[in-house]
Design a protein. Structure first.
Lengths: 299, 281
């Protein structure tokens, strides 16, 4: 058996779901005995059979990837309950095994996968999807790039109708349920921390205050950072639309038009509102210097 | 051989792994530590707190990068995005050498996130060495490969693990990160004498040594990095530095992590063996 054949066989066995008792399956997907499969390429020793030796890796794989999703999506777990959450994660990982060198990205396809597999989150599909969206946005906001902050001088030196760039780490999230209320404010203990293959990559202490049946309510949210901790800030529809437009590269005037096109805010108030937004958001460092003025990204 | 081409001709002492629970203590108390080993993947990100902490660490301490996902033994070419991010981090940390594991863990772009054991064949040695060379050429930095702990052996293996390690590093002309705890764990799981392993590796290629604790189960030992180093592993360490000379040494403690002082004190026990070795020689 050459190297590639061994690796294909072993990876297939390692990634095969465990039994409910967390043992290796007795048969593979083709119905072949796993004892025979293991014996074909793994030596037994005086204490462990080939099957048992392969099972160590099978168990380690599942414990590691499930622990990773468990840390990244505590809100979804709270909504579904432990048993359903674990079953969902196993099904997701079978369909979407990791394609990244880092476990940080393990949940990157969860929202889209759930979109096509709503049976795993019924009857609270909308609520659960929103929670996944929120929790993934938190991951992106936590370690996304930060560019040099726009200064008043930059703003004064800009074009008459400038394009303003938002910090890459800023996440704009449109929700149908107020799931942000279900999640406690994150403490600053949510650093990444993969130590080795022996431990998980990220530690995130997220405490879900309560999970109650929520009525639909449109929420426009920004996930942002202050002093390297992630916070969520609610916006009204106009402000959210405005930021989305800026992110899409619209000019200031176009973004204002888009933001207020369905709004009943009197035109005479627009200037004051936009000025107020800029004051608040500049204080929070949400705008970054235009590309020509950037010296490069900072952390 | 405190300094050799495989550790960038440096002379580092005894260090510990940089871990999240110790961030606050290190930044506020600024303890004297010879060097820290970081897990590269933790900092191969675009921004945020991990990089902010790393910048503060780099202002005061020497840092060496240790990776967990290069998978030199995996069949596909190294992931370009991975390499680019790794190179950017190398520029940031100025690590004198880079380490990762002599193992595989992915096939066709699907990742196990585990350090899976190699079959010890000449084919595997040749392919692995070729990949190490390609990665080193891209990263432009000395590379040392670490022996992993393992729980399985393959029928197809053609040599002992230390012979495979030697074959790979000589074909690749790279260094060794000799993990004496992993040697001990594998020796118990596969019934070989761990001193044969330590005596069998090319000492002149050892760039760094790892020490750690492990967990003993009924039928096997698991490499858990959650206990102090046991005496048989210290004896292996003593024999290793007897052969290599004083070598950069790093204690790994990754789970059930105790206080910084406890971890550091455990690491500093290595100095006793280094001193005894110096007297004896």
């Amino acid at each position: 058996m050459n190297l590639l054949e061994i690796q294909h066989r072993m990876l297939e066995a390692v990634m095969q779901p465990l039994t409910p008792g967390e043992q290796m399956q007795p048969r593979n997907r083709d119905g072949k005995s796993m004892r025979e499969v293991a014996a074909e390429f793994i030596k037994p020793n005086d204490r462990l059979s080939s099957f048992e030796r392969l099972e160590i890796y099978n168990r380690q794989y599942w414990f590691r990837v499930l622990a990773s999703l468990d840390e990244d999506f505590p809100g979804l777990r709270a909504i579904l309950g432990r048993r359903r959450f674990d079953a969902l994660c196993k099904a997701y990982l079978v369909d979407c095994p990791s394609q990244s060198f880092t476990l940080r990205n393990l949940g990157s396809r969860l929202e889209s996968w759930l979109g096509s597999h709503p049976e795993w989150i019924q009857p609270r599909a909308g609520l659960a999807l929103d929670m996944v969206r929120l929790e993934w946005a938190e991951i992106e906001a936590f370690d996304g790039a930060a560019k040099p902050v726009l200064t008043p001088a930059d703003a004064l030196a800009s074009e008459p109708d400038p394009q303003f760039s938002l910090q890459p780490y800023l996440q704009l999230i449109k929700l149908r349920y107020p799931v942000d209320l279900l999640v406690a404010i994150r403490k600053d203990s949510s650093e990444g921390g993969m130590a080795s293959n022996a431990v998980s990559e990220r530690r995130k202490q997220t405490r879900v205050r309560k999970v109650a049946r929520q009525k639909p309510q449109a929420v426009y949210l920004v996930a942002h950072r202050i002093q390297y901790s992630v916070y969520f800030k609610r916006l009204d529809l106009e402000a959210f639309t405005f930021l989305n437009a800026l992110r899409e590269g619209k000019t200031l005037s176009d973004a204002v038009v888009l933001a207020f096109q369905r709004s009943d805010v009197p035109e005479s108030n627009l200037l004051g509102i936009v000025q107020n937004w800029f004051e608040n958001w500049s204080t929070l460092g949400w705008f970054c210097r235009p590309k020509s003025a950037n010296q490069g990204s900072i952390s | 051989m405190p300094a050799n081409p495989f550790n960038g001709f440096t002379d580092f002492g005894v260090g510990i792994g940089l871990r999240v629970p110790h961030y606050q203590h290190i930044l506020s108390e600024k303890p004297v530590v010879s060097w820290f080993e970081i897990i590269s993947e933790n900092y191969m990100i675009d921004g945020g707190r991990p990089l902010h902490v790393l910048e503060q660490i780099l202002e005061r301490y020497l840092v060496v990068q240790h990776g967990v996902s290069m998978y030199f033994g995996s069949p596909e070419p190294a992931n370009r995005e991975h390499l680019k991010r790794l190179k950017a981090l190398i520029r940031r940390t100025r690590t004198p050498w880079l380490t990762d594991h002599l193992c595989w863990g992915s096939v066709d772009g699907t990742y196990s996130h585990d350090l899976l054991p190699m079959p010890y064949t000449f084919e595997a040695a040749r392919l692995t060495a070729q990949k190490i060379r390609e990665v080193r050429d891209f990263l432009e930095i000395p590379i040392a490969v670490e022996n992993v702990s393992s729980y399985a052996e393959f029928h197809d293996s053609e040599m002992m693990e230390w012979e495979f390690l030697t074959e790979v590093v000589e074909l690749a002309d790279c260094g060794i990160l000799l993990d004496v705890n992993n040697i001990y764990v594998s020796s118990r799981n596969h019934n070989f004498n761990p001193h044969d392993y330590v005596n069998g590796v090319p000492a002149e290629r050892v760039a760094q040594i790892h020490i750690a604790g492990h967990s003993k189960f009924e039928k096997y030992i698991l490499d858990t990095h959650d206990h102090p180093v046991i005496d048989p592993v210290w004896k292996l360490y003593a024999r290793a530095i007897e052969r290599t000379g004083r070598t950069a040494t790093l204690l790994e403690w990754d789970d059930n992590i105790p206080s910084f002082a406890e971890v550091h004190n455990e690491a500093l026990k290595a100095n006793r063996f280094i001193a005894e070795m110096a007297v004896a020689s």
